[in-house]
Ligand binder design. Structure first.
Ligand code: NAD
Length: 358
């Protein structure tokens, strides 16, 4: 195994179809840029349940631990919906994320100008949009204790959760955001609700302290309610947004919708040493699985993110993104991004076109 090793998890549904195209592009850049990358395939999700009875077999987890990056398509589907909750496909996904300690979730919202008409917002508001949401993924209210539903003395039930962040958790995600901003337009907007939530008051204080270590980066703070408005009013004001688990979950989906197509959006989840898991934002799309029509571009763009963030191969990453732009210029469109007057193509033709453009 080389020290630039990748574990590929094709998963379920459209997963194997879109990953085949992602792998083609990976092989093409690997030879063109002499990257020296190697990779192997393992099972995760429903396919792993079928083969081993569990969604995350030890062999997959061991391989993922040893590799520098994991490339995942998507898991799940109706075939496994009725099985016991603790061994459903999604459990495998949550487990691999926590086992690998992937605390930084990077969700870019990029709108290729060629697809501006796919957005529900006016083209002039979103064309050329390029923002990066950095969401803390392993802390906050989704994991905080105590949590539960209790019965009060008067017999009424009460649900409760705890939003908790320690200074070190805030500090490490803030560093990730500032370092990423240094590679981009050098602006970080930290999102909080510091006027009402003490936990985010600390969040604001600590991000401000960390910001002093990055004098070239302009730091601003925004309340989450205002951020939700600004994302639809004037999204291009943002470069990097950093926020906690709950606000990040909501804002990253809102930002994704600005771009119009879920089939175009990659994501990354990183650990302290920039080891990462890279995957499209969408699911396994069982409704179109096996039809050869799924959009492979989110997976192909996930390969680009992997080259940039884990392997520091900016030129190769950029080449993939430029190739995707060229294919869109040629007006090739899978059905999910098709508009009248463009050329409808299938999954494989789209992947082949990206390789040709490379
Ligand atoms: P989904 O993202 O799979 O599909 C939503 C809609 O978007 C569908 O109409 C689908 O056809 C379309 N779509 C998704 N990806 C596309 C692509 N690449 N090209 C063209 N169209 C695409 O979400 P869902 O339907 O809610 O979930 C389906 C399954 O996926 C479920 O089992 C769910 O648990 C799983 N899921 C997995 C992940 C993951 O692996 N990270 C994420 C979300 C959902």
């Amino acid at each position: 195994m080389s020290n630039k090793h990748i574990v590929i998890l094709s998963g379920d549904g459209i997963g194997p179809e879109i990953m085949a195209e992602g792998e083609k592009v990976l092989a093409a850049v690997n030879s063109k840029f002499k990257l020296g990358l190697s990779w192997e395939h393992q099972l995760l999700g429903g396919c792993a349940i079928d083969a081993h009875g569990v969604p995350l077999p030890d062999v997959t987890l061991d391989a993922a631990r040893k590799a520098q990056a994991v490339l995942l398509a998507a898991v799940g589907g109706p075939k496994w919906d009725a099985i016991e909750r603790s061994i459903r496909p999604e459990r495998g996904l949550l487990k691999i994320r926590s086992e690998l300690n992937l605390f930084a979730n990077l969700r870019p919202a990029i709108l290729y100008p060629q697809l501006a008409s796919a957005s529900s917002l006016k083209p002039e508001i979103v064309a050329g949009l390029d923002i990066l949401i950095v969401r803390e993924l392993t802390g906050g209210i989704y994991f905080g204790q105590p949590r539960g539903v209790r019965t009060l003395e008067n017999g009424e039930r009460q649900g409760y959760n705890t939003d908790v962040y320690s200074e070190s958790e805030i500090r490490r995600i803030a560093h990730v955001a500032f370092q990423l901003a240094m590679q981009r337009n050098r602006k970080v907007c930290s999102i909080d609700k510091a006027n009402v939530l003490e936990v985010t008051e600390l969040w604001k204080e600590v991000t401000t302290e960390v910001g002093k270590e990055y004098p070239e980066v302009q730091l601003s703070h925004m309340y989450v309610d205002n951020a939700a408005m600004q994302l639809v009013r004037n999204p291009k004001q943002f470069d990097v947004i950093v926020t906690g688990n709950l606000f990040g979950d909501i804002l990253s989906d809102e930002a994704a919708m600005l771009t119009g197509s879920i089939g175009m959006l990659p994501s990354a989840s990183l650990d302290q040493s920039k080891k990462g898991m890279y995957e499209p934002c969408h699911g396994s799309a069982p409704d179109i699985a096996g039809k050869g029509v799924a959009n492979p571009l989110a997976t192909i763009l996930s390969v680009a993110m992997m080259l940039r963030y884990t392997f520091n191969e900016e030129a190769a990453a950029r080449a993939i993104e430029v190739a995707v732009g060229k294919v869109l210029d040629q007006e090739l469109r899978t059905p999910d991004i098709y508009t009248e007057g463009t050329k409808k193509v299938g999954t494989k033709e789209m992947g082949d076109a990206v390789v040709a453009a490379l």
